[in-house]
Design a protein around this ligand. Structure first.
Ligand SMILES: NC(=O)c1ccc[n+]([C@@H]2O[C@H](COP(=O)([O-])OP(=O)(O)OC[C@H]3O[C@@H](n4cnc5c(N)ncnc54)[C@H](O)[C@@H]3O)[C@@H](O)[C@H]2O)c1
Length: 258
């Protein structure tokens, strides 16, 4: 992909960008001219994203980051500013995938899923705020889900956490408008990533049959691709979305319209 320029000169941190949707976002942002920090807990995977970006002629660094650890995020923010300059864009994408029936979910499971998916997102926002305020604005994109607003069988902890991401997005949009910081969400439907593959394996299902079945939920009769979510994140992060805040873009092939 050739370099375009809708994020030219901007600095972006993308959490969880060692895999899946986060990697697609990091690569797309870099292709659009952003200087990207790949923030992931997995070193090899994060470095692989950076290698792909640099091979394509983009600019990126990897900083090992656990989004549940405030000190680690502070270090990531400092490393980003040192390497790329002040922060314009944060994409909160890193997630924990904890599913199950209410009676099977332990206290630790709840702490984990809310710790990463909700508190982790808020932690990252808090740590980028001084940099965004310094330059009078910024854009935050939270990766939520269709699971933010629909019920799914035995998805209780994950969906509760994603519902919270939807509210986090709206309330942040309200509070940060004074700082000229826009906060929006992308809600993906069923996207083929490692997370989906792991879920299929945990349920003991056949992968190909599962892709087919998940795909049938959408009007397009297929699962989505990480790059199709990256397109929504790119729009919300760019100045093309300058009058959007507190909004969510649903990218699910029409799966949740009825
Ligand atoms: N795959 C789907 O069908 C789907 C659907 C809707 C929403 N989403 C959302 O999209 C986002 C990305 O999901 P994915 O499917 O690409 O997942 P994935 O498992 O492929 O990638 C998630 C990445 O997050 C990283 N990560 C996990 N915990 C972390 C932490 N504490 N700190 C830093 N990094 C951490 C992992 O190392 C991994 O690289 C998530 O927010 C997920 O909820 C995915």
């Amino acid at each position: 992909m050739g370099l375009a320029n809708s994020l030219d000169g901007k600095t972006a941190i993308v959490t969880g960008s060692g895999n899946g949707i986060g990697r697609a976002i990091a690569m797309r942002f870099a292709a659009e001219g952003a200087r990207v920090t790949v923030a992931d807990i997995e070193e090899d995977a994060g470095q692989e994203t950076v290698d792909r970006i640099t091979a394509d002629g983009g600019t990126a660094i990897f900083v090992r980051t656990d989004t549940t650890d405030s000190d680690a995020i502070k270090a990531t923010v400092s490393a980003t500013i040192a390497a790329h300059g002040e922060i314009d864009v944060l994409v909160n994408n890193a997630a924990a995938f904890v599913f199950g029936k209410v009676e099977d979910v332990t206290q630790d499971d709840w702490a984990k899923v809310f710790g990463v998916n909700v508190i982790g997102y808020a932690n990252c926002v808090r740590e980028v705020l001084p940099s965004m305020r310094k330059q009078n604005g910024g854009a935050i994109v939270n990766i939520a889900s269709v699971s933010s607003f629909i019920a799914q069988p035995e998805f209780i902890p994950y969906n509760a956490s994603k519902g919270a991401v939807a509210q986090l997005t709206r309330c942040l949009a309200m509070d940060l408008s004074v700082d000229n910081i826009r906060v929006n969400a992308v809600c993906p439907g069923s996207i083929r990533t490692r997370a989906t593959d792991r879920h299929i394996a945990e349920l003991g299902l056949d992968p190909e049959e599962s892709y087919e079945e998940f795909g049938q939920d959408s009007l397009m009769k297929r699962m989505g691709k990480p790059s199709e979510i990256a397109s929504g994140a790119l729009f919300l992060a760019s100045d093309e979305a300058s009058f959007m805040t507190g909004a969510q873009i649903v990218i699910d092939g029409g799966a949740t319209i009825d």
